[in-house]
Design a protein around this ligand. Structure first.
Ligand code: GCO
Length: 263
């Protein structure tokens, strides 16, 4: 029986993969045999360090610095990657930011910046990567959504609007591109222990206690918990899965929660 989860030799571009969930998925796909194209826009040093971290684990990895919100940079980076590394088989739109500001106090510029990076850039990068996937009649696109694709939360309005939009953009990409044998799905991480959640995860922080009580698994996720979902949605095993958001959330979306005096 062929290994339905085999991604050996595939080329995977993961945006925003110098750290956090992006790096975790890079390790997961890399350990499963994919060649990883690391992307970042902060500094070449960070990109080089991420590439070395992967290579030290025996993973084939290269790095490209480009700003996912600037179409010209994305277009030339995709051309460069496809010329130097090979056709992009898997795209994970992971790059994203969050701003935790009460909606009434949020500046328009802050709102626009979150939408630009978290929603517009997956559109830009997917548009330019999908062209080759459509020509080759094969490809996998994974958009990193969020609990906030389904639920609101105080102070993260721009992020929720972006991630809710990314859920629907995923469904629309599937609507338009599935006929070319391109599968476009999303992963919705629950609450994970990353730099991004560090400010709300410290022991004793009310939100930390809330998440532990609100999550049936009663813990924050470890970034490595995402590797399985990423491999599934990058492999033949998901060839008839399209427009689906796979939540990896410890069960938080399955329940309304329970009173504090219940086990
Ligand atoms: C927050 C968190 C969340 C998580 C994740 C949940 O402030 O609520 O940062 O946004 O990062 O997106 O799926």
């Amino acid at each position: 029986m062929t290994n339905l989860f085999d991604i050996n030799g595939k080329v995977a571009l993961i945006t925003g993969s110098t750290h956090g969930l992006g790096m975790a998925m890079a390790k997961g796909l890399g350990q499963a045999g994919a060649t990883i194209v690391v992307n970042g826009n902060s500094s070449q040093e960070k990109i080089d360090a991420a590439v070395k971290e992967l290579q030290d684990q025996g993973i084939k990895a290269v790095g490209y610095k480009f700003n996912v919100t600037v179409e010209e940079e994305v277009k030339s980076a995709v051309q460069k990657i496809e010329g130097e590394v090979g056709a992009i088989d898997i795209l994970i739109n992971n790059a994203g930011i969050i701003k935790r500001i009460p909606l009434i106090d949020m500046e328009v510029a802050d709102f626009r910046e979150v939408i630009d990076i978290d929603l517009v850039s997956p559109f830009i990068v997917s548009k330019h990567v999908a062209k080759g996937m459509i020509e080759r009649r094969q490809g996998k696109i994974i958009n990193i959504c969020s609990m906030m694709s389904e639920l609101g939360r105080n102070t993260v309005s721009a992020y929720a609007a972006a991630k809710g939009g990314l859920k629907m953009l995923t469904k629309n990409m599937a609507t338009e591109w599935a006929k070319y044998n391109v599968q476009i799905n999303g992963i919705g991480p629950g609450y994970f222990a990353t730099e991004q959640t560090k400010p709300i995860r410290v022991n004793g922080h009310p939100f930390n206690d809330f998440i532990i009580s609100r999550t049936p698994a009663a813990k924050w996720g470890d970034p490595s918990d995402l590797a399985g979902a990423a491999i599934f949605l990058s492999s033949k095993a998901s060839d008839f899965v399209n427009g689906h958001i796979l939540y990896v959330d410890g069960g938080i979306l399955a329940t309304i929660g329970k009173p504090s005096n219940e086990e």
